[in-house]
Design a protein. Structure first.
Length: 437
């Protein structure tokens, strides 16, 4: 990885792209520290110091915003509305025929879907910004803080509208910065911004474990967490790179006097075909009962039961539900993102076949069979990785934003590997000597 970055800095145009990306990252982190107009910065800091580490209800969104959510800054919503909009559009592509046809049109259709994603991002940002302002005004954003209800001193309608507009504009700026990195930087702009958001609080959360440790002034717990983290990174890299390669043979075709085809290739089916999406889905779904109880303020039996079993992440009911939801969403997302029948039809159209398998429907059934078998270990791996914060809560008394948590480590390693591949591919394009020999 370091060798790839060193070689990239020696190449003038890649060096410009890396420096441009670094500048965008600096602007992104700067905006994550500028408070929204109408917010009492002093009271926010008091509440963050008192209850920020124990605020598990908004922990996932706060992690994706790089800590900007609980600070109520202009980038408080971060990249989360865009991620949600992208996932929704991807799911609707399977359901709505018009979106499916746009996806098949190539570059023009993809540009149209990207435009729809931007519109949906703005709508979700307005909705989430309104919810965040309402939560901050009622004091529910920081439970247990004495000045939580004084975070927004002026509760006029004008102030509320200005706060929502500012947060929505901040989300649009974040989306624009991500697209700039994609177009003029090293690529994968949204993924890099998400990587930076998670990595921003990584060292602070790691040092917090040392401060809370009791054995040898916390250094033993700190060392154990580092060793566990290195083992997890190795495991994630191994599984993320693992794939089942299905061989594909293309028959020779004579067009005029020239022969086409006759090549051999393969279809790479990753063990973790769904990526981090099932973990995000499961986490978001488990937040809904706690949010309903918090905003309703009910003290009925069902509300007490939810607070007892589904608010704290170390309860057996929460653990079981979290694990089962991850496994379910892993199969669900793979089923909608990979269509064996479409792959089989494309292979048949271009004269391709899997050795020993007839083209057409038998090929689709074989692909579906292989995909289901490799999704099982992938989904179980996701579930076990996601439960690491729960084990950390029980063993070290850490907070919900454990640095080597499932979602964070999957995104950090995944984006890191993809970024290195992008840089290496661009280096290879600029240093390819095959045509010169």
């Amino acid at each position: 990885m370091l060798t790839a970055f060193a070689r990239a800095f020696k190449t003038p145009d890649l060096r410009k792209k890396l420096l441009f990306t670094l500048g965008i990252i600096v602007l992104f982190r700067l905006g994550s520290h500028i408070p929204v107009p109408g917010v009492s910065y002093k009271n926010v800091q008091i509440c963050v110091d008192q209850a920020g580490s124990s605020n598990s209800l908004f922990g996932l969104v706060n992690m994706f915003s790089g800590g900007a959510l609980l600070q109520i800054t202009i980038f408080a919503l971060g990249i989360m509305p865009y991620i949600t909009a992208s996932i929704i559009l991807q799911l609707l592509t399977v359901v709505i025929p018009k979106l499916e046809n746009l996806k098949k049109e190539g570059q023009s259709g993809t540009a149209k879907i990207t435009q729809y994603t931007r519109y949906l991002t703005v709508a979700l940002a307005i909705l989430q910004g309104t919810g965040l302002v309402a939560t901050a005004r009622t004091g529910a954003l920081f439970q247990g803080c004495q000045v939580a209800s004084q975070i927004v001193p002026n509760r006029s309608i004008f102030t509320t509208i200005v706060m929502v507009i500012t947060m929505t504009a901040g989300t649009c700026v974040v989306m624009w910065l991500g697209e700039l990195v994609t177009d003029r930087g090293i690529g994968n702009g949204m993924s890099i911004l998400m990587f930076i958001s998670i990595a921003a609080g990584f060292m602070g959360a790691l040092w917090q474990i040392k401060l809370q440790g009791k054995i040898a002034d916390g250094w033993v717990e700190f060392g154990v967490v580092i060793l566990v983290g290195l083992a997890m990174v190795a495991l994630v890299v191994f599984v993320e790179q693992a794939q089942r390669r299905i061989p594909v043979q293309y028959a020779k075709r004579m067009i005029g006097r020239r022969a086409y085809g006759g090549t051999s290739t393969y279809i790479p089916l990753k063990v973790n075909q769904a990526g981090v999406i099932p973990v995000i889905f499961a986490s978001s779904l488990l937040y809904i009962p706690a949010l309903i109880v918090q905003f309703s303020g009910s003290t009925a039996g069902w509300a007490v039961w939810i607070q007892k079993h589904f608010v704290k992440g170390d309860h057996p009911y929460y653990i079981a539900a979290y694990f089962l939801l991850i496994v379910f969403f892993a199969f669900f997302y793979v089923a909608i993102s990979f269509n064996p029948e479409e792959v089989a039809d494309n292979m048949k159209k271009y004269g391709g076949f899997i050795p020993g398998i007839r083209a057409g429907r038998p090929t689709a059934e074989y692909l579906s069979y292989v995909l289901n078998r490799i999704t099982w270990p992938g989904s179980l791996y996701l579930g076990l990785i996601a439960l690491v914060p729960t084990m950390a809560l029980a063993g070290f008394g850490a907070n919900q934003n454990f640095p080597f948590g499932g979602t964070s480590i999957l995104i950090i390693v995944g984006v890191g590997l993809e970024t290195v591949k992008q840089i290496e591919s661009q280096l290879q394009q600029r240093n390819y000597e095959g045509f010169l020999r």
